[in-house]
Design a protein around this ligand. Structure first.
Ligand code: XMP
Length: 554
């Protein structure tokens, strides 16, 4: 996510429309056919120190060739290859002389394009399956007289399964399967529901599997990806975060020259890491601006301030909490709240930036998932919450963008953060929304409600940490409801607010399941809040998942 401030690059001319700036690294391109796991493939490869990017499925083969990838992966996808409108790749992709691995839909596509046969399975396979790896095949057996494709090393047909046991449990999710492999392919693995669970034509450097190696439920999945990347594509593992920091630093110096940069800090990990890299690159030319919107958690503003001081970041702190609160007076509609907060941030930021004189660049903590153009995200058109597509800074500010983290996934940003000296507690902290506590106070945001929520929220965080649940959860927090109910405290009748506890497990925030927290933990949170926060006399636990609910209540 961007710096959680509502600044999104839409109104800026990008300096770097060129996709790859890490041309010096070996890269595997993942063509995205819309699977929910596509990004995971790229993340897993990067865990193996292999640089990987997600590209649109219909990218012309020439554009791919220009990039000189060492391998190509065709992702899974929700469609059937025979369905009208099913995404296809340029068939010349198979002839680039670069190894190709088809996964699930990618396998079916490969089979379909090269003369094999794909048919609907009698029963949709979803979940665990057991796959048997067949004996090692001699590539000569599938040699039909063709020369090995130029540039492709001839591996064994079962090169994907080196050091993988003969039988593995895998994660599968498909309605179609390959009935007949294309000519030249050897069948390398089989399962009860799919006679061809893996096939390959090593002479042409083509490999395909029907299951998902990127998913943790697939035993030895990482091994299979490693075999593809290192054994078949010849990767050396040249993508490390230490190297990234050096390269990003050099790149920023080239981009920025002697210009001045302003960086909006949200207090979160992404913008902090971006600022640290910028500071390393062009220390004197950087000014960071931190706007305290008054919607932060208990003591958070002062903690943020201390952290920045410890990191020696040049930060202008602006306490705009009164302005934000004034503008939120009487506002109950969630979207209106978000828009007011976004607009107020821009007003404050612009005023502060103007005080700096001539500023040429605006730095943002944009991450790679925000810039991927793929069917997986293009398909989503409904606006659920405006943070997914908020407007940009006014064009009149005329600054060019610097986005040091544009190539990184969140896990990689954390690694970079550690490299640059951020404390572990901060690096692994749960996400916090840009509009802060305003979207966790249902109804009007007032100073008193903020006070109640801050205290309740701090208790939730403390108890989650005490029982080691904090790190297991995607998010855990309190929500203040505009509902008062009757209670009894000592001999007194109370008529006070209700707080809801929200705790969810999630991989990326797109879907989430409510956490099955132990009753003892819930009981402790409940009794502490009711006893310690005067003004809240009832606690409820939110047991809804996303979808159909969302994580935040607004
Ligand atoms: P929802 O509530 O949409 O949240 O399920 C998904 C993730 O996004 C965070 N979130 C926000 N982040 N500005 C942000 O920067 C926002 O307005 C916003 N709303 C939700 C939320 O905390 C969760 O991690």
């Amino acid at each position: 996510m961007v710096v959680n401030t509502g600044i999104i690059p839409s109104t800026f001319r990008r300096l770097d429309e060129v996709r790859f700036r890490f041309v010096s690294h070996q890269a595997i391109i993942v063509l995205d056919f819309g699977s929910q796991y596509t990004q995971l493939i790229a993340r897993r490869l990067r865990e193996l120190s292999v640089y990987s990017e997600v590209w649109s499925p219909d990218t012309p083969a020439d554009a791919i060739r220009q990039r000189q990838p060492v391998g190509i992966i065709l992702s899974g996808g929700p469609k059937s290859v025979s369905e009208p409108g099913a995404p296809k790749c340029d068939p010349r992709v198979y002839e680039l002389g670069v190894p190709v691995l088809g996964i699930c839909y990618g396998m079916q596509l490969m089979a379909d394009a090269l003369g094999g046969r794909v048919a609907p399975a009698a029963q949709r396979e979803f979940g665990h399956a057991t796959v048997s790896i067949l004996g090692k095949r001699d590539p000569a057996k599938c040699d039909d007289g063709r020369e090995a494709r130029k540039g492709v090393a001839v591996a064994d047909a079962d090169a994907l399964f080196v050091d993988v046991p003969d039988e593995i449990r895998v994660w599968a999710s498909h309605g179609d399967f390959v009935v007949a492999a294309p000519s030249g392919f050897a069948v390398v693995a089989t399962s009860a529901n799919a006679p061809i669970a893996a096939m390959s034509d090593p002479r042409r450097g083509l490999y395909a599997i029907l299951f998902h190696p990127e998913v943790v439920h697939t035993e030895r999945g990482l091994e299979i990806l490693r075999n593809f990347a290192f054994g078949i594509c010849g990767c050396t593992g040249d993508w490390t975060m230490a190297a990234f920091v050096d390269e990003a630093t050099a790149r920023i110096r080239r981009q920025v020259g002697s210009g001045r940069i302003v960086c909006a800090l949200s207090g979160g990990v992404d913008s902090t890491v971006a600022a640290l890299i910028l500071h390393r690159a062009v220390s004197e030319q950087l000014t960071c601006i931190f706007v305290d919107n008054g919607l932060l958690r208990l003591n958070e503003a002062s903690q943020i301030r201390k952290r920045f001081e410890r990191l020696h970041l040049p930060v202008v702190f602006v306490d705009a909490s009164t302005l934000f609160l004034d503008r939120l007076t009487g506002i109950v509609d969630p979207e209106t709240k978000r828009k007011i907060i976004g607009a107020t941030f821009i007003d404050v930021f612009e005023t502060e930036a103007a005080k700096l004189g001539q500023v040429d660049f605006l730095a943002q903590g944009t991450l790679y998932p925000d810039v991927i153009e793929s069917v997986a995200i293009v398909g989503q058109s409904a606006v659920i919450k405006s943070h997914h597509n908020v407007g940009g800074l006014p064009a009149r500010m005329r600054m060019q963008l610097v986005e040091p983290l544009r190539e990184l996934f969140k896990d990689e940003v954390r690694v970079v953060g550690r490299e640059l000296g951020l404390d572990e507690e901060f690096v692994v902290r749960q996400p916090f929304p840009g509009p802060g506590l305003a979207v966790r106070i249902l109804g009007e945001v007032t100073a008193e409600r903020l006070r109640l929520l801050r205290l309740a929220d701090a208790i939730v965080a403390e108890e989650m940490r005490r029982d080691s649940w904090y790190a297991r959860l995607w998010q855990s927090f309190a929500v203040l409801l505009p509902v008062q109910s009757v209670g009894v405290m000592g001999d007194e009748r109370t008529y006070e607010y209700t707080a809801a506890i929200r705790a969810v497990e999630s991989r990326d925030g797109m879907t989430a399941d409510w956490a099955r927290l132990p009753h003892d933990l819930l009981a402790r949170v409940s009794s502490r809040i009711v006893n310690e926060v005067k003004g809240i006399n009832r606690i409820v636990y939110d047991i809804s998942s996303k979808p159909p609910s969302t994580i935040e209540w607004e």
